[in-house]
Design a protein around this ligand. Sequence first.
Ligand SMILES: [Cu+2]
Length: 162
Amino acid sequence: MTHPARVLLLALLVGCAGSPLLDRIEHASASAGSLTVRMPWALQPFKDAPAPVYFRVINHGATTDTLDGVTSPVAGMAMLHGTSTAGAMTPLPELAIPAGDSVVLRPGVRHVMLDSLHRTLVRGDSLLLTLHFRHAGSVTVAVPVITYNDLDRYAKTLEGKH
Ligand SMILES: [Cu+2]
């Protein structure tokens, strides 16, 4: 089999292996100014635990912007968290989005934490998350909720490691 044919076959297989939920994540996108927020997803929390949210921000502009804060109608409190070298969560007061670059929030690196949830989040739900940028203003994205099982299956796509 020639190389291009193999690539095509792989694309077909990956396409078949997708799910409506993963499709929703891959097609989710919202923009303000030169910033685009893509591929948002949240993990269904255990019991009353907070829910982590992940996404990527692409800065098509020539000026660095800064994510100053996050809010969500489903959470009493929403905040940016980083991960220390020891693996503990640390508050992140702000997050720079360099010009012409992108920043990925993924497990083990950084996330938005939704705490004091007003309702139970289950697989397939959609929650609204608003990101407040210093220059571009606010961007609201609909974030699909997935389970840890989904994350296992779609880690490569979701964590942006490919
Ligand atoms: Cu956290």
